[in-house]
Design a protein around this ligand. Structure first.
Ligand SMILES: Nc1ncnc2c1ncn2[C@@H]1O[C@H](COP(=O)(O)OP(=O)(O)OP(=O)(O)O)[C@@H](O)[C@H]1O
Ligand SMILES: [Mg+2]
Length: 279
């Protein structure tokens, strides 16, 4: 069995069917979270949701006329001036544009972290900014995996414990979180580093661990803000290949910022932002 195949098998073991099924509806996610265990009697419910959401052309993220202004001192700075974007299930979308054009701001608005000045972000048709803060916190933790440009870690915890954090936040038992974290580290080829301190790892290794952490709660969407911006070519390619595997084999939807045109080959959709609008 080749490395790719065994990785695929490990992803399958972890994700089962549900990577293709998960809707970001919070109550729905809670149901699914409890159903993922193999042999669970709740399995029939999962199948129903899979069926309902099994349309690969389905629009999962719809950004509608998003505007964002920042007030800095007495200045009102218009960063996003009316962005419309649609991302379909299984898309690998790349967001590009000059530094300062608002890419990270747009990612944060879609992720439910930064509120828009105007406009809507619909996830599976549901306007995330019409919900409560707690709803969005749950959405971020359980539906979306976020990989920042520079990973941040709790220094006093091991790699394994850091990866387990989303499970703890999501109300799972710590030991369950650790078990899943170990599986995810295995998946990204970082199992041997589980008991190291994260800041002792190289940049590329840290980004692999960040990918493991982003996958912990079985998200259906990965948002990555220039995840390989600081990596050497080899580490960058390895990480991109891993993300591509997840996208191709399991239809995980990917939204990624990049500055590097060489990475466009991974994407089926390139979204270009210039002067606050899509061009
Ligand atoms: N919280 C904030 N308060 C004030 N201005 C902000 C804030 N966040 C971002 N900005 C401004 O908004 C603009 C867009 O920032 P953003 O980080 O989204 O750009 P970017 O496209 O991600 O850039 P880069 O490619 O360098 O990462 C910048 O001018 C930035 O200074
Ligand atoms: Mg940025």
């Amino acid at each position: 069995m080749g490395v790719k195949q065994s990785r695929k098998k490990r992803i399958e073991n972890f994700f089962g069917n549900s990577s293709q099924s998960k809707s970001p509806n919070v109550e729905g996610n809670k149901e699914i979270k409890n159903e993922k265990e193999p042999g669970s009697q709740e399995k029939s419910k999962v199948s129903r949701i899979v069926k309902k959401n099994n349309n690969s052309k389905e629009i999962v993220v719809s950004v509608e006329n998003i505007k964002k202004n920042f007030i800095v001192g007495e200045n009102n700075i218009e960063v996003l001036k009316g962005i419309d974007v649609q991302i379909k299930k299984g898309d690998f979308a790349m967001l590009v544009g000059p530094s300062g054009c608002g890419k990270s701001t747009l990612l944060h608005i879609i992720y439910g972290l930064e509120s828009p000045t105007e406009g809507k972000v619909r996830i599976y048709g549901d306007d995330i900014w019409s919900h409560s803060k707690n709803w969005r916190a749950d959405f971020r933790n359980s539906s979306v995996g976020f990989i920042p440009q520079q990973a941040f870690w709790l220094k006093s915890l091991s790699v394994l414990e850091n990866v387990a954090i989303p499970a703890v936040i999501g109300g799972k038992k710590f030991h369950e979180g650790l078990e899943k974290a170990a599986e995810m580290l295995e998946l990204v080829g970082m199992a041997n580093w589980a008991h190291h301190r994260p800041y002792d790892l190289s940049g590329g290794q840290q980004q692999r661990v960040a990918l493991a952490r982003s996958l912990l709660l079985n998200p259906w969407l990965i948002i990555a803000d220039e995840p390989i911006g600081n990596l050497d070519q080899k580490s960058g390619t390895e990480l991109m290949d891993l993300i591509q595997d997840l996208n191709k084999n399991f239809k995980l939807t990917i939204l990624m910022v990049t500055h590097n045109q060489e990475q466009f080959k991974y994407a089926n959709k390139v979204i270009k932002v210039v002067d606050g609008v899509i061009v």
